[in-house]
Design a protein around this ligand. Structure first.
Ligand SMILES: Cc1cc2nc3c(=O)[nH]c(=O)nc-3n(C[C@H](O)[C@H](O)[C@H](O)COP(=O)(O)O)c2cc1C
Length: 178
């Protein structure tokens, strides 16, 4: 299986990035092909140009997400990592989600998704606060969007200060068991 990892944080000691890398290492050791795509630099938001609807293809922007849209059709799983800013996934994460607008061939009723359903989506969030229901509700609200594109969402993994090593080990095991 092809497994694509996306990381939003550009911090050199990023915990979410460390966990995504551990996940991919596990997946690789289990015999899968992995690809890591950092999107903290060179990422654009959706411009609303609708080229993806007019030209019947993925987003036309040549930016940090180009390799993602190239790899997505043949991927069996995506692992996505971000830091938590102001209680929500950081801005890059929201831009990443917005850019999935191009997965539908038209707007509104009757839209067809351009990728096969059933791709697994693993999410990893790093935060300063302990794991808590309020933040989890925020993640759920945002991640629900992925249901409309046919992703099969897995329970988010939260990485937080004192227990970060355990969470990174858990990320490795999730990748290994994919
Ligand atoms: C601008 C900013 C806002 C943050 N807001 C929160 C927050 O609301 N709640 C929280 O638990 N941690 C918050 N943090 C801490 C980060 O979530 C934490 O440093 C996390 O490890 C960042 O992810 P990363 O290590 O993958 O970069 C914030 C950090 C920054 C820089």
């Amino acid at each position: 299986m092809n497994v694509v990892g996306i990381t939003c944080s550009c911090l050199p000691k990023s915990l979410s990035q460390k966990a995504v890398k551990a996940f991919l290492q596990g997946a690789e050791e289990a015999g899968h092909n992995t690809l890591l795509i950092p999107i903290s630099k060179g990422l654009s938001g959706c411009t609303g140009c609708h080229a993806c609807k007019k030209l019947d293809g993925f987003c036309v922007q040549q930016d940090a997400l180009r390799p993602y849209f190239d790899a997505l059709p043949d991927a069996g799983a995506v692992v996505f990592g971000a830091g938590i800013y102001m209680g929500y996934p950081q801005g890059e994460a929201w831009s990443f989600m917005n850019r999935h607008f191009c997965l539908h061939d038209c707007v509104g009723e009757g839209a067809r998704c351009r990728i096969e359903p059933g791709k697994k989506l693993y999410t990893i969030f790093a935060q300063g606060a302990p794991d808590n229901p309020k933040y989890r509700a925020n993640y759920e609200e945002l991640l629900r969007l992925f249901d409309g594109w046919g992703f099969e969402r897995m329970e988010p993994l939260v990485v937080t200060g004192p227990t970060s090593e355990d969470a990174i080990q858990r990320a490795y095991e999730l990748g290994r068991a994919i």
